[in-house]
Design a protein around this ligand. Structure first.
Ligand code: PGA
Length: 248
């Protein structure tokens, strides 16, 4: 499994050490980086060849009078090869609905880019015992016709309660949801795409918990916020993945 399923989501931050220094440190690592979109050109131009560059969000419309929005086609023109869609901060802070996220997913596929679709339950849903049902529903509502044309769609399981909180899901919880995700993909998505969709975990991933998260072999990588702003921590995650996948 390539380490490009280790994705840095810088959110509205830049690495304190600077873009150039961060990217320079990635010279031998197959990773992916999603900077704030105004830095896409710069990151795409200076990233080593092995680093996949992508965007954190895109518009739900192709073009037109949508002040402040950036289309998937424009992101591609700036060097993006993938787009994160439906991150919980977009869903919860900016009120993005399943229907709006489905439109974005379709446009990312139409633009020829790889979508990284985020799903995940909140604390109340987990406490109520319906985390798996909620994640399955999110996948069902993202089953757009354009999936038939996609060569690859990455799923990122990111429980809302684990993002930026320092409380990661356990390897056991992740394994349980990953199985439910694969089951839902098989039911609602085109079969071939569902079979090869990588499933990532995100939410307070650090070099300290990465081995437990990888131990059960249910997930293919990580979407990382906080620990992706420090090249040493991010490289430590890349190293853990390399070791794990080299031995399976
Ligand atoms: P975190 O963020 O690693 O800081 O929890 C993950 C994400 O939001 O993608």
């Amino acid at each position: 499994m390539p380490n490009r399923y280790l994705i840095a989501n810088w959110k509205m931050n830049l690495p304190p050490e600077g873009i150039e220094s961060f990217l320079g440190a990635m010279e031998d690592a197959d990773v992916a980086v999603a900077p704030p979109c105004v830095y896409l050109n710069e990151v795409a131009a200076s990233a080593p060849k092995n680093v996949l560059v992508g965007a954190q969000n895109c518009a739900d419309q192709k073009s037109g009078a949508f002040t402040g929005e950036v289309s998937a086609d424009m992101l591609r023109d700036c060097g993006a090869r993938f787009v994160i869609v439906g991150h919980s901060e977009r869903r919860n802070v900016y009120g993005e609905s399943d229907a709006l996220i489905a439109r974005k997913l379709a446009l990312v596929i139409d633009a020829g880019l790889m979508p990284v679709l985020c799903i995940g339950e909140n604390q109340a849903q987990r406490d109520g015992g319906y985390a798996t049902a909620f994640c399955s529903d999110q996948l069902r509502s993202s089953a757009v016709p354009q999936l038939a044309n996609a060569s690859e769609v990455v799923i990122a399981y990111e429980p809302v309660w684990a993002i930026g909180t320092g409380r990661n899901a356990t390897g056991e919880m992740v394994a349980e949801i990953a199985a439910a995700i694969r089951d839902a993909l098989g039911r609602f998505w085109p079969a071939a795409l569902a079979r090869r969709a990588p499933v990532l975990y995100g939410g307070s991933v650090t070099p300290d918990n990465v081995d437990d998260l990888l131990a059960r072999g249910e997930i293919d990588g990580f979407l990382v916020g906080g620990a992706s702003l420090d090249s040493k921590k991010f490289l430590a995650l890349a190293g853990a993945m390399k070791t794990r996948f080299a031995t399976t």
